[in-house]
Design a protein. Structure first.
Lengths: 155, 555
């Protein structure tokens, strides 16, 4: 859909996929954009695959990213690329842990936020908007380590 | 890619306005479930009740977080009855459930529609087309027609908020229950909510008992005129629906008109941006005058709907010719791509998404040793609804049937009655703790009342929580929805009270071999046995201990 940015964040249950998509949606909402975010709950809690769709722009209708129309596919678990590859548009970009020095992460649990750092390089939101959203969406004790992860991913 | 981020106002705040006594100026990104809870809270709903079930669960949890009075009931039937009582007292109530929950609550629903209810009764049915987390994809719009209950269908969080308020308003104006039919994507998708934009509704009245026997006691003599009154009310609501603002026309090309509702509307706007659209907000009773007028303004009319061809059938039956999807699109969720295919008449096979990693019983889960034993002893397992259903997948493959909440016991008994003794002796009913309280108790009573010749073994897997839906409390945890202390129902006590003589409680993880010996012992004798395999859910254990400490301090 014209004027709408489509992002799919994929991984396994427990990897912070939903937290990551909440942060992206929060950034877009505070930029004054229409935002929709969708995923299927339920079985993912038991370690299954999960993918969360975030769409933003002037006006968004369907909450689900249509097949072949994702501008970005962010994978917390690289083996989830084949499962989700069909959603990516021909000019779409994959964001994955190999694109930054993930081994330097202080906590592996903040890999999701580090990937948002890498994603943020491709989007027009200012860095402060991301930092503010991370502070809003995460519990206070996790903010510092995640801001560090975000900076690492952003490079 | 959007090139105009900075062209839009930097922060989303509307002019401050006053809605339903609550000052709201903000723009929120909330799920449809949260929006329903916000509306219930803002409208002064006196009690919210229900039974947890994906995708409905978060409504009551959010209502509780807001400060509303929210309760988990043992099952949906009891929940609807409690909500009905609240409405009869003149206060507002909301009752939430997943689609299959309405099957359990159907008995009170059908006759509640005959009653005159002074306080609003809103019944939320959260359907799961595509079965993201359900055993069937029944379309509960059929229930609205069958029970004669008006139905609203929101398509995003803004409408979930507004239609909940509307449902309350309609319920009190016509003194009838109103259904709010949600679907998985409307429940869980987060979309923008501006509460300030919602029209306000009258304030709730104070609860007060007023006797009205003919309107509330459904003996045949009173039920006959009550049914007539219901049909009169539905005719009036249909008339109201002709001009109500819950329905909306999007002007577009006269070449193509689309009639749609709920989440399908969102897919339609994206798949066919040029089309004229009639978006129906109230889909029972239908506004046939409005539909007929809309159809007359366009050359071709298409009905786009998820699930059963409910709208298409109703509109055709009213003598308005429409095109509808082919049968292949009855199955599964719709999305933008599928709506494009429907409109293009494309019935070629659809590309199937690659399967992801399936869910599995957690490493270290207490159910694992239980299912290892069931497999070792070559049991025929009559299963039930919960995490333990995952034992149907490899490596266990140790569940032989799974139908509905509580069915494990009845189905297990039927197998025992009919199978030759050598097979009957291997049948075990396996049910979780929350599911047991939901609909397992009557099964136990049946077992003691009509025991099979080979006896029977019921295995209750008590992990101390409603794990699959996200760790909700139930009557056996001794804690209410907000985790404060209350009476604790005993599974073993209920089993003994039903007349079962062999009742055992064991932690299956402490000594798996001892558990297996006990199971074998019970299988080997032609008697009735209940084994409560008690081990807190691994994921919930820490939180459960925190609640216990917290409650101990309060006492």
């Amino acid at each position: 859909m014209r004027g709408v940015t489509n992002i799919v964040i994929a991984g396994l249950g427990g990897q912070g996929v939903l937290t990551a998509s909440d942060i992206v949606a929060d950034v877009a909402l505070h930029a004054g954009l229409d935002v929709k975010k969708s995923e299927l709950h339920g079985m993912s809690q038991r370690g299954g695959s999960i993918a969360s769709d975030v769409r933003f722009g002037r006006e968004v209708f369907s909450p689900m990213v249509p097949v072949g129309e994702a501008n970005f596919l962010v994978v917390v678990e690289p083996d989830q690329v084949p499962v989700n590859a069909a959603v990516l548009s021909p000019s779409g970009i994959i964001v994955e842990p190999s694109q930054f020095p993930a081994d330097k992460l202080r906590s592996k649990k903040s890999l999701n936020v580090a990937l948002l750092g890498t994603l943020s390089r491709h989007l027009k939101f200012p860095e402060e908007a991301w930092i503010a959203a991370i502070k809003r969406r995460l519990p206070e004790k996790l903010v510092e380590v995640n801001l560090e992860a975000f900076a690492l991913g952003r490079g | 890619m959007d090139e105009s981020y900075s062209a839009v106002p930097a922060s989303g705040t509307d002019a401050t306005s006053l809605t339903n006594g609550v000052q709201q100026s903000s723009v929120e990104l909330v799920s449809g479930n949260e929006a329903v809870a916000l509306a219930a809270f803002d409208a002064g709903v006196s009690l919210g009740t229900g039974y947890p079930g994906t995708p409905s669960t978060e409504i009551l949890e959010a209502f509780d977080s807001l400060g509303g009075r929210a309760q988990w009931a043992p099952n949906e039937k009891v929940a609807l009855e409690v909500a009905l009582g609240v409405s009869l007292a003149g206060a507002r109530s909301i009752v939430t459930m997943k689609h299959v929950g309405l099957n359990v609550a159907a008995d009170p629903l059908f006759t509640a529609a005959y009653l005159e209810l002074p306080g609003a009764l809103v019944v939320v049915s959260a359907d799961d087309p595509g079965m993201a987390s359900s055993q069937n994809e029944q379309d509960n719009r059929r229930y609205a027609v069958a029970a004669g209950v008006p139905m609203l269908e929101p398509s995003d969080s803004q409408e979930a908020y507004e239609f909940t308020l509307r449902a309350i308003e309609i319920a009190e104006r016509w003194r009838k229950p109103v259904m709010l039919r949600m679907t998985t994507r409307v429940c869980h998708a987060k979309t923008v909510l501006r509460r300030g934009r919602a029209p306000s509704i009258p304030s709730p009245r104070a609860a007060d008992f007023r006797r009205d026997i003919p309107a509330r006691v459904m003996i045949p003599a009173y039920a006959r005129p009550a049914h007539k009154r219901l049909r009169t009310a539905l005719a009036q609501i249909a008339e109201w629906n002709e001009t109500a603002d819950v329905n909306r026309i999007v002007d577009g090309s006269p070449a193509m008109g689309i009639i749609t509702s709920g989440i399908s509307y969102q897919h339609v706007r994206e798949a066919a941006p040029e089309a004229s659209v009639l978006k129906l907000g109230m889909t029972y009773p239908l506004p046939f005058g409005l539909i007929r007028r809309f159809a007359s303004t366009v050359e071709r009319v298409f009905v786009i709907e998820e699930g059963d061809p409910y709208l298409a059938e109703a509109v055709c039956a009213a003598g308005i010719p429409v095109d509808a999807k082919t049968e292949m699109f009855r199955l599964g969720e719709l999305n933008v791509g599928r709506v494009r295919r429907i409109l293009a008449g494309d019935v070629s096979p659809e590309p199937q998404p690659l399967p992801g990693k399936p869910p599995a019983l957690c490493p270290g889960c207490g159910h694992r040793s239980v299912f290892s034993s069931l497999k070792n002893l070559n049991c025929i397992v009559s299963g039930d609804i919960g995490c333990y259903t995952l034992a149907v997948l490899p490596p266990f493959e140790a569940v032989d049937s799974c139908v509905c909440m509580g069915a494990s016991i009845g189905v297990g008994l039927g197998l025992r009655h009919a199978l030759p003794p050598e097979q009957a002796k291997r049948v075990v009913s396996v049910i979780g703790d929350s599911t047991f309280f939901h609909s397992g108790i009557t099964g136990l009573v049946e077992m003691a009342y009509n025991p099979p010749p080979t006896g029977h073994v019921v295995l209750v897997l008590d992990n101390g929580t409603t794990a699959m839906t996200g760790f909700q409390e139930h009557p056996g945890t001794g804690r209410t929805l907000d985790h404060s202390a209350t009476a604790k129902a005993s599974i073993e006590g209920l089993a003994r009270a039903a007349g079962v003589r062999n009742v055992h409680v064991i932690d299956p993880t402490l000594d798996p071999a001892a558990f297996e010996r006990l199971l074998k012992e019970c299988l080997d004798k032609p008697e009735l046995s209940v084994i409560v395999a008690r081990r807190d859910c691994l994921l919930a254990a820490r939180t459960i201990r925190e609640y216990e400490r917290m409650n101990a301090r309060c006492n």
